[in-house]
Design a protein around this ligand. Sequence first.
Ligand code: PGA
Length: 257
Amino acid sequence: MRTPILAGNWKMHKTIAEALEFVKAVHGPLNDFPRVEKVICAPFISLAPLSEALRGTGIQLGAQNMHWEDQGAYTGEVSPLMLKGLCDLVIIGHSERRQLFGETDETVNRKTKAALTHSLTPIVCVGESLEQNRAGETEACVGEQVRAAFDGISAGQAVRIVVAYEPIWAIGTGIACPPEDANRIIGGVVRATLASLYGDAVAQAIRIQYGGSIKPDNVTELMQQPEIDGGLVGGASLNPADFVTLVRASAQAKGLA
Ligand code: PGA
């Protein structure tokens, strides 16, 4: 069975002090759910203090982006070498980075490879826009994003990647994708594309999250879907009580609590 992975994506929220307060509030209650992987993806500036604060808590730490080069003249960027040792995971190709900061399928692929090289677990985000969804292009768009992200990546590396299916129209809107639809795209498009690239056994081993307006009141139904292996959560991950609720509900929905 694939271990569920629930990741909070704080985006550009929380000062260092607020980040440390959050950890104090959640680490005790989250101890009750050792069979769900729990991740906080924080702004760069909080990663060093959080890596100390999270030691021994069973909560993993993730970055929200990185460059693909180890070092160089790239003002304002952070490299995988700098993240290595500080965090365990890194979000790659979030739709906000694709839409607002010029990320392309090619940079997503480069960053994914760089993360793997440096033993960081990439959370690779894919998902269609509202226009693509309305035009019936969801399958083609998501399939192509998956193929491009995994280009040149071996089966042995592919199993270490986490994919997050995040329909853009569901992010931050309060309107989550209906659970059955999310399950259908994750199984029928994301996992099916991975199966066409690597075979069924590898595709079955890769974890695929859903993301987009996950909240305490819809998380159970989403996590009950067999193809959904966890969530990437923005807004609802900022509140400690909500984050604990999301982890608890995920554990229960998967029969792990
Ligand atoms: P949301 O964000 O939960 O606030 O919709 C999800 C994401 O962007 O990862």
